[in-house]
Design a protein around this ligand. Sequence first.
Ligand code: MRU
Length: 359
Amino acid sequence: MDLPKQINQVTADDAILWRDGHLFLLDQRKLPGEVTFLELHSAAETARAITEMVVRGAPAIGITAAYGVVLAGSLAFQSSPEDWKGAIESDLESLRRSRPTAVNLFWALRRMAALIQTLPDNKDPGDDLLQEAVRIHTQDREANRRMGELGASLLEADSGVITHCNAGALATGGYGTALGVIRSAHKRGLIRQVFADETRPWLQGARLTAWELLQDGIPVTLLADGAAAHRMAQGGVDWIIVGSDRIAANGDVANKIGTYSLAVAAKHHGVKVMVAAPTSTIDMEIPCGSEIPIEMRDADELLSCGGRQIAADGAGVWNPVFDITPAELVNAIVTERGVVLSPNEKKIEKMMMNRPESL
Ligand code: MRU
């Protein structure tokens, strides 16, 4: 098995691999210290890996779930060749329940379910399902490249940028959404400095974004989450560039907890906010952000850090892991189908109707 074993052998594009009929996920909980791939054989194992943050980031969750359906299809056909479509239902449901906020998960599962409807009842669906999962994976990577170019075109020379969480190759099919824009802008020589919020409690910024950017030779300066507003007040920040887990039809944006505070502070300091996300992140069935389900996670994620208790015994915890940034605080939504400035429902609807031939 040709899987990388050392940190200098693995790249962020290797986070989701399909090899010899099985799914391999780079365990993102252990980065950047350790390179471990988990080998998954079933949809139940895939759902658990998503819930437990082995893989995270909205598009990556969707892609992983699609491969989970491939595993489920082959197993269902082996156990119930007469009724594999019935047998796969509980697996689809366990994947749907793995995390609630990122709509890419439900989008990818809907795509796989639509394909299942068209497949013959009496043939192993493995190859057809795999082709569709690979298509979802490849299309996401292509969408990120296009968003990278579109987003970079909004930046001027000598730009200072703050990003939050990890919206990079690790969080997607490759290249990244927000980090895709930063990568493309860096290639064009437009970036003076990238600041990455450390992003408590999972430290996606410190562990993952910093690792990805440094691998690409893009210098990065870490900020404690609470330092971002002060950084803006000091000057030298032109854009906040983030990804998203779900964008409502009116342009309200769900993203990692702390994005809303960044956007409020950005407005105060005249800093612009860009959200880069594929159209698979846009949920036209949800009219506004208040209807987006926000995941609440375990108290222990705040009570401890790196396996050590850090909070006073007896402290209560409120741990929503996403928040909603109202559309009025967003200057640009960048998708593979185009850029929406000052987003609202009409503009988003129009952009969704635009289908570039190459995608
Ligand atoms: O909890 P996570 O790590 O899955 O949260 C990820 C984010 O909030 C990302 O910003 C978002 O999914 C966009 S990834 C391209």
